[in-house]
Write a protein that binds this ligand. Structure first.
Ligand code: AMP
Ligand code: GLY
Length: 427
């Protein structure tokens, strides 16, 4: 069976790796892929947003289904186009993807359906937005409505900061079209977890929770990044929290999306804040998270291929067996110097020898003209170690990541620190 994987980061490498682990006969074709994925299959030089080109590729290769990693092709309507042409595809339509691509759409849908989330109002006028921020008081959250590559959210600790963020987004054009509308949102206090669920639009197969580490520095200090690491499982995501996530968040959200005429199929990602009043939605994403996927998939003992193929073919997940999990994982991201700011690329990489229980997922790498592996992005690798305990997984992940060498390399050595501080052990 052939599968086309769209994208070329650490998440797509982990997805391709897991599908081959589920069934070694799976042939991977990736567009554009990366040198890590190239070791598992064939990479085709094509942009992830080249919808017509990808459809022609899927048809020409005779793939069983296409799996979309990043959000940009979903927003570009890849799934709609594939379905119109009778091609099986895993991912939501453009309209359903608005649960991520339009914060305004997501917030209005959640509030109308009674899904627990911070209250918020949308503005295109700066004066009115500032008045709302002053009414709520600091801390207050200001968000650009559209996709802003994870940079469109300001958690303002003072009203001056909130005013500045609003001016920058609505008057300064800081995020282009994504910033022409802002949400002014109530601040929520608590710890954040990421929960993913595979869905056919009605039924869900939830995964265990993971926790991302978005700040660049140890102890969660410094600027936000795309994610410096992740771990799973998370002990504060108790069975009760998992049930609430399904009953109060996933199922009513899917039902509201069906009623809005845009059923969501694929992978729905809920970023949940565990507040004193229970879990509340921080955001939805319409695709797998990165780097949580690199931590979760190596723990997944059951097949991802089977439910994914069912969803891609429009089949029901009713009666599907729950997903199974084993062990604890820590993923340490190895980033380029300067990340999350401007980074150098083209630096030659030396990798340590393979180690049992450790998987190195490529994120921002490429081969240069001489065939040498070189850096090609902010996040260069995601190094995942699986062990019986989280502490052991952290030690092994950090030890391996620290042996990856290139000029300016940076990494955090404390991924999973909140969980380790809780003294948790996995069963
Ligand atoms: P988002 O892009 O919506 O995930 O927001 C980025 C980050 O901002 C989140 O991961 C949270 O840490 C923080 N954040 C977003 N909304 C809120 C909120 N209402 N209260 C507190 N923190 C928030
Ligand atoms: N890990 C956060 C994201 O994928 O958006």
């Amino acid at each position: 069976m052939k599968v086309l994987v769209v994208g070329g980061g650490g998440r797509e490498h982990a997805l391709a790796w897991k599908l081959r682990r589920d069934d070694p006969r799976v042939e991977i074709v990736a567009a554009p892929g990366n040198p890590g994925i190239a070791a598992l299959g064939r990479c085709v030089e094509m942009k992830a947003t080249d919808v017509a080109g990808l459809a022609a590729l899927a048809r020409g290769e005779g793939v069983a289904f296409t799996l979309v990693g990043p959000e940009a092709p979903l927003e570009a309507g890849l799934v709609d186009h594939f379905r119109e042409h009778g091609l099986a595809v895993f991912g939501p339509s453009r309209a359903a993807a608005r649960i991520e691509t339009s914060k305004r759409f997501a917030k209005e849908l959640m509030l109308a359906a009674g899904i627990p989330t911070a209250s918020a109002r949308t503005f295109s006028d700066a004066t009115a937005a500032k008045a709302e921020a002053h009414r709520l008081g600091a801390p207050v959250v200001v968000k650009a409505s559209g996709l802003a590559a994870g940079k469109g959210v300001i958690v303002a600790t003072t009203l001056a900061e909130a005013d500045e963020a609003i001016s920058m987004m609505l008057e300064g054009n800081a995020f282009g079209d994504a910033g022409h509308e802002v949400l002014v949102e109530e601040f929520m206090q608590g710890e954040e977890i990421s929960v993913f669920a595979l869905t056919d639009g009605t039924h869900v197969l939830p995964m265990i929770a993971a926790q991302d580490h978005k700040r660049v520095g140890e102890g969660d200090a410094g600027p936000n990044t795309g994610g410096m690491g992740a771990y799973a499982p998370v002990s504060i995501a108790t069975p009760q929290v998992a049930d609430l996530a399904v009953d109060r968040v996933f199922l009513p959200t899917l039902s509201a999306l069906r009623e809005a005429g845009c059923p969501f199929t694929g992978l729905l990602y809920a970023g949940l804040m565990l507040t004193r009043e229970g879990p509340k939605v921080v955001e939805f994403n319409c695709r797998f998270g990165d780097p949580e996927t690199e931590a979760l998939l190596p723990l997944m003992a059951s097949s991802l291929l089977e439910p994914m193929r069912a969803v891609a073919n429009g089949d029901s997940l009713a009666g599907a067996a729950p997903l199974e999990w084993k062990g604890a994982a820590v993923t340490t991201v190895v980033a380029a110097g300067g990340y999350p700011g401007a980074v150098r690329s083209g630096d030659v990489i030396a990798l340590p020898p393979d180690e049992e229980g450790v998987t190195v997922f490529h994120a921002g790498t490429r081969r240069d003209a001489s065939g040498a592996l070189v850096t090609a992005g902010g996040r260069v690798f995601a190094v995942t170690a699986v062990a019986e305990t989280l502490g052991e997984a952290q030690r092994r992940s950090v030890a391996h990541a620290a042996r990856v060498s290139f000029e300016g390399r940076q990494l955090r050595r404390d991924i999973g620190w909140r969980e380790l501080a809780r003294g948790a052990r996995t069963p």
